[in-house]
Ligand binder design. Structure first.
Ligand code: ATP
Length: 364
């Protein structure tokens, strides 16, 4: 079983911990993305899992075996793990075939067996026709596929990827996300994937673990993280968010200002400082209408109602992005609406949102 358990994992380079008491259970065959801003400890966590670094406290287990602790360090080459780097790290003087076959040399396989495995994996990463080319004759995306093939051909128990797509242009990056997910479904290898790109994390993973300052802030399925962020940091880091600060009035109402109270969704796991709270309201979960009677009808069907003025409109073709000024309240709302029926700057508008989309988050 290739489960990976991080238990109180801590690594310090200076006084401040780069990885701070991290707990994470990765199931056999699961794909988990470590997501967070620059410097939050993602790469350090991955290097700890790979065995390039030793923890100061805590431990890493693969199945039931402790592979890292302050007293134990199983060397990287004995962990049955493959790692893929941002820089591809393919050998420039070897052909595609030789690059991929390289890892198998140490496995004492017959020539025939090596040929069979390399041809098969090149087919799976869609490089069948390019096996005799050198890396300098390949595009960035093709080189990254060579790195993938080389990592997969040795049939590792665990695959570690460190920002593998960040050197590719935007279109190719998007295509390779789907490719990485397809290969994961094909091979089912337990995978840990480091990225600071939330769309990449959501497109590839079964679960996303959000890190901040070396600590785990929240781990969950992509939809769970997006729809039910527990903290302000997660809400703002994963997708666009309106964060509205106020005071809780009971369990399901938030007072945003004199005469402006909204109904909210409260997650019992979110601990709040007494009285104070914030809600995360995603821009695409807000409806706009200029029609007062329609706004009143929706409000009577439990929608929260905000009245404001369009302060800014940006047209993106597939959507329109508005900023709504809610004066006299000190808030603006960002709203993503359909590209049809555009509203104009300066127009009076009603913004409506269901309570389940007003998600209470802690202020961390
Ligand atoms: P990025 O997305 O920029 O790669 P990251 O989330 O992967 O960032 P890490 O590389 O894990 O972050 O770094 C975490 C913290 O540890 C940072 O403050 C970094 O400066 C520090 N750090 C990492 N490696 C070392 C090292 N070898 N010596 C000293 N400090 C280090």
């Amino acid at each position: 079983m290739a489960t990976v358990s991080l238990l109180g994992l801590t690594k310090k380079f200076t006084d401040a911990a780069a990885v701070d008491a991290l707990d994470l259970e990765i199931a056999d065959g699961e794909f988990v993305a470590l997501l967070g801003p620059s410097g939050c400890g993602k790469t350090t966590t991955l290097r700890l899992i790979a065995g390039f670094l030793q923890p100061d406290s805590g431990e890493i287990r693969v199945g039931t075996q402790v592979v890292s602790s302050p007293f134990i360090l199983v060397p990287p080459e004995r962990r049955s793990m493959s790692m893929i780097f941002q820089s591809y790290a393919v050998w420039p003087h070897m052909t595609v075939f030789q690059n991929v076959a390289y890892g198998l040399k140490f496995k004492k396989l017959s020539r025939h067996e090596i040929d069979r495995k390399v041809v098969e994996v090149l087919r799976l990463v869609h490089l069948d026709g390019l096996k005799d080319r050198y890396p300098s004759e390949l595009s960035g995306g093709q080189q990254q596929r060579v790195a993938l093939a080389r990592a997969l051909v040795v049939e590792p128990q665990i695959l570690l990827m460190d920002e593998p797509l960040s050197n590719l242009d935007a279109n190719l990056r998007e295509e390779m996300r789907f490719e990485i997910r397809r290969l994961h479904e094909e091979f089912g290898i337990t995978t840990v994937y480091v990225t600071h790109d939330q769309a990449e994390a959501m497109a590839t993973s079964d679960r996303v673990a959000v890190l901040n300052g070396g600590r785990m802030v929240q781990a969950g399925r992509p939809a769970e993280i997006f729809d039910h962020p527990r903290t302000r940091f997660v809400a703002e880091f994963v997708g666009k968010a309106n964060i509205l600060d106020g005071r809780m009035d009971g369990d399901s109402r938030l007072q945003l200002g004199e005469g402006l109270e909204i109904r909210v969704a409260r997650n019992p796991d979110v601990s709040l400082s007494p009285g104070e709270a914030s809600v995360c309201l995603r821009p695409h979960n807000i409806l706009l209408t200029a029609d007062k009677s329609e706004a009143q009808a929706l409000s009577s069907r439990n929608y929260n109602l905000f009245a404001g003025v369009i302060q800014r409109r940006i047209y993106f073709g597939e959507s329109a992005d508005y900023t709504i000024d809610l004066a006299p309240y000190p808030f603006t709302l960002r709203v993503v609406g359909p590209p049809a029926n555009l509203y104009d700057k300066g127009q009076r508008i009603f913004a409506l949102a269901l309570p389940e989309h007003c998600v209470v988050v802690s202020n961390q």
